[in-house]
Design a protein around this ligand. Structure first.
Ligand SMILES: [Zn+2]
Length: 288
């Protein structure tokens, strides 16, 4: 049976979130309380209990400061992938700066784990067409940064996606999209984030099950800071940003634990190793 649901974690700390960038400057990162290690260790514990393996997109900045954490994630059987080094949006980087950023993060992670890093996820999903050949040249085999068919003020777009969940963008290079729930001609972002923490759990799970029932791939994402209600609260955020970041933090750990039990999860590496998804042939089951 083909893997049909992917658990993915963007391993970054609470102060690195795009949503908070306006009030938490990059120059303050070194003085912020580092909480990613304990939060990620808790997630590793929950995943071990549920016998779930995930794909972890680790930020290079975090890997440099918490190298033992990266080793623990890999030793527990999870796939290590890259979330870039500095969490800059692609829209704010030159192509050379992007190449340097992803090369630095890939090398760092490979030196720590001794294993090839094949996957990339853009900060705040800000992927764009020019980045794809660079990712492939640097040695990545897939990107997972696209929400198909939704309107959002920030999320990136790629051409040629044709509303499919897994697309071979170039020979040997795949895009694995984050899931949306179809609602009329559009899609609701159903892969995690504020929706996951806001909507009643049973409603969210029903959405996942309807995606899986249609034999469509389901890809979920979460961050370690989302299960940390004790994280420092920052001042000066607008209403929308405050809501997006702080909604549902108290209950997210329990929801995450339930989700681990309620769905049969896989890694992106395992998904792409399956001929139904990773080969150039794309059967109907891989669509949507
Ligand atoms: Zn991120």
């Amino acid at each position: 049976m083909s893997p049909t649901a992917v658990m993915s974690i963007d391993v970054e700390d609470w102060f690195q979130v795009e949503n908070l960038k306006r009030v938490v400057g990059r120059d303050t990162w070194d003085s912020r309380e580092l909480r990613v290690e304990r939060n990620m260790d808790r997630m590793l514990e929950l995943m071990a209990n549920a016998r779930v393996r995930s794909t972890c997109f680790v930020l290079g900045w975090v890997a440099e400061r918490c190298p033992r954490l990266v080793e623990r994630i890999a030793a527990a059987g999870h796939e290590i992938a890259s979330h870039g080094y500095d969490h800059d949006l692609l829209t704010s980087m030159t192509r050379d700066a992007f190449r340097a950023d992803v090369t630095r993060s890939k090398t760092l992670l490979e030196d720590l784990t001794g294993a090839e890093v094949r996957g990339y996820r853009a900060p705040a999903f800000s992927i764009t067409d020019w980045a794809i050949p660079i990712l492939q040249e640097v040695g990545f085999a897939y990107d997972s940064s696209v929400f198909p068919t939704i309107a959002h003020d920030r999320y990136g777009r790629l051409t040629g996606m044709a509303d499919r969940a897994v697309v071979e963008l170039r020979p040997g290079f795949h895009e694995v999209t984050i899931s949306c729930l179809r609602a009329g001609s559009r899609g609701l972002p159903w892969g995690g984030g504020g929706y996951f923490r806001l909507i009643p759990y049973r409603v969210f799970r029903r959405g996942i099950r309807s995606i899986l029932r249609q034999r469509r791939l389901y890809v979920f994402y979460i961050h370690p800071w989302e299960i940390d209600p004790g994280q420092p609260r920052v001042e000066g955020l607008g209403h929308t940003s405050r809501f997006r970041h702080y909604i549902g933090l108290e209950t997210a750990e329990q929801r995450f634990a339930s989700l681990l039990d309620d769905v049969r999860w896989s890694t992106i590496a395992d998904l792409l190793a399956d001929p139904a998804y990773g080969s150039s042939a794309t059967p109907a089951g891989a669509g949507g």
